[in-house]
Design a protein. Structure first.
Length: 447
């Protein structure tokens, strides 16, 4: 603790034995989130919440406490027995038909349905519901019964709310989540990312997931090969990623405000920086920061266009470096040793072959100044293997581009970082239910 470490955050991943986590629902000293976080971080951990229990639950609820501990230690209640009793059951229908709901979302986005409802309700004196006719007049090429069917599908998956008005006609409005995230006038809009990247690129690639799983091949083997063979795909991917990454970049700074205080004149290497979204957010948030976006040559070309649209005070502090993150030989030639305060790797570890990770982390360690910070942000599945669901599904989608990539869990990556000399690793959620980040530092030089 005196050296700035955190035993709980940095060492939990090492626990391999079955673990019982007990928590009181009314504990005002430690929030329930802590207990759930610990359970996620320890493989094979079991969480029991004692209703009404406080921080001294072992005293106030001694009988319940002793019973749970005795059961956990006893051979009478085996792991298999507990699993059969408590295990959640899959909703097979929901899983099988889920892609249809996704397609309803993507089709409605491209047709402008959400913007049509938003505009109609904004112009309405009551600001509430839009009529079918108002939506139809603003949509791009979808009319009549086809539009009604699409609206019904969106209503069924709760993307849109519907009521029957006094005249017996359908009327529609947007729930808050749809208005915030699917309407172009909203600051939180990320529909282009969903439409252009998730649907336009990954859904197409997932069509051949069976072949990829069997033999590990795809039309293009890895992001570098894919983007080199299809520059238009690289540009679309980068533009779509920018739409989804700016909000995440701001969330990172909100989650790690100490970056700005620890490094007010931060020099950051943004590895696999794509559109430059994280560098742009960093330059906007920290006036003294300078950043370098490192990515593939055709990605950097798109990044330059995006960065050029920023105010001069921002864009003049962001430079670019056209270089493959998995080319360790060239890193030595162009990235000076000990020249960066922060190295950020967002969505990189799951996008390169697993054999490249050791060199990637070694290069990050070399690039950092002593006591510098490494941030590894990606789609991590929890150490307990139970989710998050969206992280696991994104990892599956990445197999179609990066068939030799590693299935990322924090403890595996933390182990690799430790081998390269990183210390005090901490694991944080970033995008709730989807992404996590590992924050570690390079040891301070011993004089």
């Amino acid at each position: 603790f005196k050296r700035g470490g955190d035993v709980c955050l940095s060492e939990m991943h090492r626990i391999a034995c079955p673990t019982l986590v007990l928590h009181g629902s009314d504990d005002v000293i430690c929030h329930e989130d802590h207990a759930r976080y610990i359970t996620r971080c320890i493989p094979n951990a079991l969480l029991e919440i004692i209703s009404g229990g406080k921080h001294n639950l072992h005293m106030k609820h001694a009988d319940k406490f002793r019973t749970l501990v005795a059961e956990f230690l006893s051979d009478d209640v085996t792991e298999a027995t507990r699993d059969v009793v408590d295990e959640p059951q899959p909703d097979i229908d929901q899983i099988a038909y889920g892609f249809m709901g996704s397609k309803a979302l993507f089709s409605a986005l491209r047709a402008g349905v959400f913007d049509a409802i938003d505009s109609a309700t904004e112009a309405s004196q009551h600001g509430s519901y839009a009529s079918f006719e108002e939506i139809e007049s603003s949509c791009d090429g979808i009319r009549g019964e086809r539009l009604r069917t699409l609206l019904s599908a969106c209503v069924a998956v709760q993307l849109i709310h519907r009521k029957i008005d006094e005249s017996g006609a359908d009327a529609f409005r947007l729930p808050k989540a749809s208005a915030d995230q699917l309407c172009k006038r909203s600051r939180r809009y990320w529909g282009d990312y969903l439409s252009m990247q998730v649907d336009g690129q990954f859904y197409n690639r997932l069509a051949d997931i069976d072949g990829t799983m069997r033999d590990g091949t795809q039309a293009s083997h890895g992001y570098e090969s894919w983007f080199a063979s299809d520059p238009d795909a690289a540009a679309r991917y980068t533009m779509a990623q920018h739409n989804g990454s700016l909000a995440t970049a701001y969330a990172l700074h909100k989650r790690l405000p100490e970056l700005g205080t620890k490094f007010p004149s931060m020099r950051m290497l943004d590895v696999g920086g794509g559109s430059g979204a994280f560098s742009i957010a960093t330059a906007r948030k920290i006036p003294g920061a300078t950043t370098v976006v490192l990515d593939l040559p055709n990605v950097i070309e798109t990044a330059k266009e995006i960065i050029s649209q920023e105010e001069e005070s921002v864009r003049e502090r962001i430079s670019t470096l056209a270089l493959s993150a998995t080319d360790p030989g060239r890193w030595d030639a162009v990235v000076d040793e000990g020249s960066f305060d922060v190295v950020l790797m967002s969505y990189v570890s799951g996008s390169v072959p697993s054999v490249a990770l050791t060199s990637l982390y070694k290069n990050a360690h070399r690039a950092l100044k002593p006591n510098g910070t490494l941030v590894v942000h990606d789609f991590f599945v929890d150490n307990d293997g139970f989710g998050p669901t969206n992280a696991a599904l994104w990892a599956l989608a990445h197999v179609t581009v990066n068939p030799e990539g590693m299935g990322l869990v924090p403890r595996r990556v933390i182990g690799m970082l430790g081998e390269e000399g990183f210390v005090a690793p901490r694991v944080y959620d970033l995008i709730p239910g989807m992404t996590q980040m590992i924050v570690a530092r390079k040891k301070q030089s011993v004089s």
